[in-house]
Design a protein around this ligand. Structure first.
Ligand code: SF4
Length: 236
């Protein structure tokens, strides 16, 4: 089977499984969602940059390929997969940690209080949500907003890698330690990472604090603004 055909089959099967899950949730108890097996991505191969043939041609194709994803246990309690939102040709891409309650309900990233603060930061940068792209390392909400676990990050990270490869932003900003650690493969504290340029696959990356952290620690706003000034400078 060609890679293109494989991917198209995967999308169709994933969407069918998602529909069956919806039917079950609506009370159609005789529906057996396990009647359809969704093929599992081989993260050691096709999802990596070194194997471009299975990379979906568009972000929409990638989003569809996630439908009904059960690669990690977060699938069990999520209401929606929060894929990402914004401009597919964005020059600036922001990566957060994981959806919270509000994001899980609405299926959109950064729509809660932290999202409102992020909007203010973008506004101060003279940017709108429509001009940037926003996503998270994890596409499903961890229960009670607990920290992401290593196995969940490992399972979901290939989707983030593909998003970055498809969008090819000029600048990446990571929000909080989990996004910085996931992309930079380091355990250095975010307080030491922020404020300096790093590199992800040849792209400049600026780590900064997560807006949710700023809600709890307003003194972090000034350093974040310093970081964003560097980002604006880099974007010209
Ligand atoms: S968090 Fe990612 S890997 Fe886990 S179920 Fe959701 S989409 Fe799949």
């Amino acid at each position: 089977m060609s890679d293109k055909l494989y991917h198209e089959c995967h999308e169709v099967i994933s969407q069918g499984k998602a529909i069956l899950e919806d039917l079950q949730q609506w009370g159609f108890e005789t529906v057996n969602k396990n009647a359809i097996e969704v093929p599992v991505f081989d993260v050691s191969g096709p999802l990596k940059k070194s194997a471009p043939p299975v990379l979906p041609e568009t972000l929409l194709g990638l989003e569809r390929s996630l439908a009904g994803c059960h690669r990690c246990s977060l699938a069990e309690q999520r209401k929606n997969i929060v894929f990402g939102a914004g401009n597919p040709q964005a020059r600036l891409l922001l990566v957060g940690e994981a959806p919270g309650h509000e994001e899980d309900v609405r299926g959109e990233p950064f729509v809660g209080e932290a999202g409102k603060l992020l909007d203010k930061i973008l506004l101060a940068m003279n940017l709108s949500r429509e001009e940037v792209y926003i996503c998270n390392v994890l596409k499903c909400r961890p229960p009670e907003n607990r920290d992401p676990q290593d196995d969940e990050i490992a399972a979901c990270e290939p989707f983030l890698q593909q998003q970055l490869e498809l969008i090819k932003p000029e600048v990446i900003v990571t929000l909080g330690r989990f996004a910085a650690h996931a992309l930079l493969k380091t355990a250095t504290p975010i307080s030491k990472l922020r404020g300096q340029w790093h590199e992800y696959e040849g792209l400049p990356l600026m780590p900064t604090f997560h807006p949710a952290y700023l809600l709890r620690n307003p003194t972090g706003k000034r350093p974040v603004w310093e970081d964003m000034k560097q980002v604006m400078q880099r974007l010209g």
